[in-house]
Design a protein around this ligand. Structure first.
Ligand SMILES: Cc1cc2nc3c(=O)[nH]c(=O)nc-3n(C[C@H](O)[C@H](O)[C@H](O)COP(=O)(O)OP(=O)(O)OC[C@H]3O[C@@H](n4cnc5c(N)ncnc54)[C@H](O)[C@@H]3O)c2cc1C
Length: 698
């Protein structure tokens, strides 16, 4: 399991395995710089004081056979003292049956984790036993560092009268009995010990003990000896995984917080760096499997009980194995229609309403901020399909779409069918059908380059999702991608999501900023508060609000808005490849390619073709001017399913049985070689043939 890596010259605070993990995940240099500042060979005063206040501490060690174990030592607060920055005295001994008892002799290397559950504060250290006394140990500190409060559930400690406690009973096990499986399955916290000793004698080797937290159900019991555990984003030290790389053994400690029993296990570990399963597990960066070798129940071990106060905010953003399985099943049916119930309807502006939708028989499918939902509603006796961008974040528990009422531009034309139905007739409790969100206009919140989101009218919907997502990811990863969102609207009444965006901006502590450009402003509106620009978004306005930097630009709005924003950005020297755009209709944005861009040369359109719709057994002559295959099919009495009619939603996708097609607008819905999108495809010319032949399944 050992990976070969270049070793940073001593004294690195990280050993070979930790360096290998950091290198693999692209944080090596950053961690070396950071680690050498925050990992000390002594305890800062703050840590010494912190340890003094603790009523318990976790300890990791390896036994004579090399098996690591995690343990708990406890006493009254004040049982840990420090006479100087290199020395820690612990006035406690392990509980009956704890393998640590056999290792308490000078020279044993220990890893310590001090954790204050009510405040979620924690500090770590590695050291070795300098002296053993009758009632405790004296430790010399080799490494000390602070740790962040992520995934720690807040708990209150209560003590029980030891005189009233049954005698401690130790039960050896070599596999997980039903009690052990139940405890693990409902655990939201455990401790993992790992150990490395390559004989270097360096301070960076030795024992480690680390906390792991998640929602109950975050550990999967695969069978009597195997657990699968997600690894979440942490401090990038990779103390535990680094140890696993060097020595694939670990000790796991589960506390029965309510009854004072301990389940302590030791075994071997398998790291799964790129697990497809992890994709469906919210927050999992990678997985690891733990195979039990042997262990113990230490019944009635502790006179301590803990009451759960609240889950850590990071924990609440993470998944469980049940949810991962449901998400995987939902993903397998991404292209099927499924029922979504309307749970809430909110007026966002004078023209936009938000509809909150909850899938009826599965969790919200996985999607990326910026993607759209394809919905189907029975309107006037006919199933009508449209696409609406999701305006909620992927981590939200419901899907929100936000729909602008489309009114006819001329009095003799009908108003927009679906949008008016949604505004006037869709109510809480109604059920509509939808496919899982899809689309290529997506936002990566982990990207370092700042983003500028330019929204025109209802084009704000993907931008709200992106801003919400960046904020949520900030809680999870402690990095908020900088965003400047500039929204343009006709007037104050049409400013959708004004308060929500201000709230996001406030919570982001300056990483996300929201500006408004309004065509008309009312006399009571305050500049720089209610709006920031009177009129269009101009180059001067952009330059005024954007510090000089290299940005990704995201555009969404009506065609004319998109084109003018695009042209303005190009004139300001923005690279074409840095501009991402989404249109709520047929793609019309005229891009001018960067010099290095190779032009895509499509096949030519046929002038005439014989088109066969195989299922319906209809064969008809198509000629240039008959429009897309969707128009052509409808003209011949067929009623294929369709949605956006612009190559984006994929609702009209079918099998291309024979022949070739050309796309009038480049489809953004993903396509296999044998698939065709009827709404924007026409027959392609075949060299040497006057009439092309085409067969599609319909
Ligand atoms: C990827 C994508 C994402 C989208 N996201 C959103 C979103 O987040 N929010 C949102 O509000 N919309 C969004 N849309 C647009 C949405 O899908 C619908 O197109 C929109 O709601 C209009 O649908 P409708 O049924 O109300 O109008 P339709 O009935 O399709 O009519 C559209 C327009 O044409 C006019 N019209 C109707 N009949 C005729 C006729 N015979 N001749 C001439 N004109 C006519 C109508 O007056 C109306 O203005 C998105 C579209 C795409 C492709």
């Amino acid at each position: 399991m050992t990976e070969s890596v270049e070793q940073t010259p001593s004294p690195s605070p990280f050993h070979r395995g930790e360096q290998a993990a950091q290198k693999r995940l692209g944080v090596r240099e950053q961690m070396e710089r950071f680690g050498s500042r925050v990992i000390r060979d002594y305890m800062p005063d703050q840590h010494r004081e912190f340890y003094r206040l603790l009523p318990f501490i976790f300890v990791g060690h390896a036994d004579k056979g090399g098996w690591p174990w995690a343990s708990i030592l406890f006493n009254q607060p004040g049982f840990i003292t420090s006479s100087d920055a290199k020395t820690l005295d612990i006035n406690a001994l392990p509980v009956t049956g704890d393998p640590l008892a056999d290792a308490l002799r000078p020279g044993t290397r220990l890893g310590l984790l001090g954790i204050e559950l009510p405040t979620r504060r924690r500090n770590r250290l590695a050291g070795h036993i300098a002296e053993r006394a009758d009632d405790g140990i004296r430790l010399t500190v080799d490494q000390a560092f602070g740790n962040c409060p992520q995934y720690i559930q807040a708990r209150e400690l209560e003590r029980v009268d030891t005189a009233a406690m049954p005698t401690t009973r130790v039960e050896d096990i070599v596999e997980l009995d039903s009690r052990a499986r139940a405890l693990i399955q409902q655990s939201d916290t455990f401790f993992v010990a790992s150990y490395v000793d390559n004989g270097s004698g360096e301070a960076n080797e030795g024992a480690d003990v680390s906390h792991r937290g998640g929602r109950p159900g975050f550990i999967r019991v695969d069978n009597e000896t195997t657990l699968t555990i997600p690894d979440y984003l942490g401090n990038n030290h990779f103390n535990t995984f680094g140890n696993f790389i060097e020595n694939s053994r670990a000790g796991l400690l589960f506390l029965d917080f309510e009854n004072g029993h301990l389940l302590t296990l030791t075994g071997t570990v398998e790291i799964i760096w790129d697990a497809p399963e992890a994709e469906y597990f919210e927050g999992a960066q990678r997985l690891w499997k733990f195979h039990v070798d042997h262990g113990r129940w230490i019944n009635d071990a502790l006179p301590l009980r803990w009451k759960l106060d609240e889950y850590s905010p990071n924990t609440l953003l993470s998944g469980t194995w049940d949810e991962a399985a449901q998400l995987r099943d939902a993903d397998a049916q991404r292209n099927q229609w499924s029922d979504y119930a309307v749970t809430k309807v909110v007026e966002e502006s004078s023209v936009i309403k938000s509809i909150y939708l909850e899938p009826r028989d599965h969790p919200v499918p996985k999607f990326k901020a910026g993607q759209f939902l394809t919905v189907k509603m029975p309107i006037a006796g006919r199933d009508t399909i449209r696409t609406y961008t999701v305006s909620s974040a992927p981590a939200d528990t419901t899907v929100r779409i936000s729909v602008k009422r489309e009114s006819a531009s001329e009095s003799d034309l009908p108003d927009g069918l679906c949008s008016n139905f949604i505004h006037d007739q869709l109510n809480v409790g109604d059920v509509i059908q939808a496919k899982a969100p899809c689309g290529a206009f997506t936002f990566d919140a982990s990207e370092q380059r700042p983003a500028v989101l330019l929204a025109g009218g209802v084009g704000i919907t993907p931008m709200v999702s992106m801003a919400r997502h960046a904020l949520v990811e900030g809680v999870r990863t402690r990095y908020i991608r900088p965003i400047t969102l500039i929204s343009s609207a006709s007037n104050g009444q049409q400013r959708a999501f004004f308060d929500e965006l201000n709230e996001i901006a406030a919570q982001s502590a300056g990483s996300i900023r929201s500006f408004w450009a309004l065509s008309q402003v009312d006399s009571d509106m305050e500049p720089a508060v209610d709006y920031h620009q009177h009129g269009r978004i101009t180059p001067q306005f952009l330059q005024a609000v954007l510090p000089l930097d290299d940005y990704d630009f995201y555009l969404c709005g009506p065609s004319a808005f998109m084109q003018s924003m695009y042209d303005m950005l190009r004139e300001l020297g923005v690279n074409n490849a840095r501009i991402f755009a989404e249109e709520f209709g047929p793609a019309s944005l005229q891009r001018d390619a960067d010099q290095a861009t190779v032009e895509f040369k499509p096949l030519a359109v046929a002038s005439e073709a014989i088109v066969e719709f195989t299922d319906s057994q209809v064969e008809q002559a198509w000629s240039d001017g008959d429009g897309s295959l969707l128009d052509f099919a409808e003209a011949h009495g067929l009623s294929p399913e369709f949605g956006c009619r612009s190559g984006q939603c994929g609702a009209c996708k079918t099998t291309l049985v024979a022949g070739a097609v050309v796309y009038q607008t480049e489809p953004s819905s993903p396509l296999q070689d044998d698939e065709v999108l009827l709404c924007c495809a026409v027959p392609a010319r075949v060299e040497g043939e006057d009439v092309a032949r085409l067969a599609v399944k319909l």
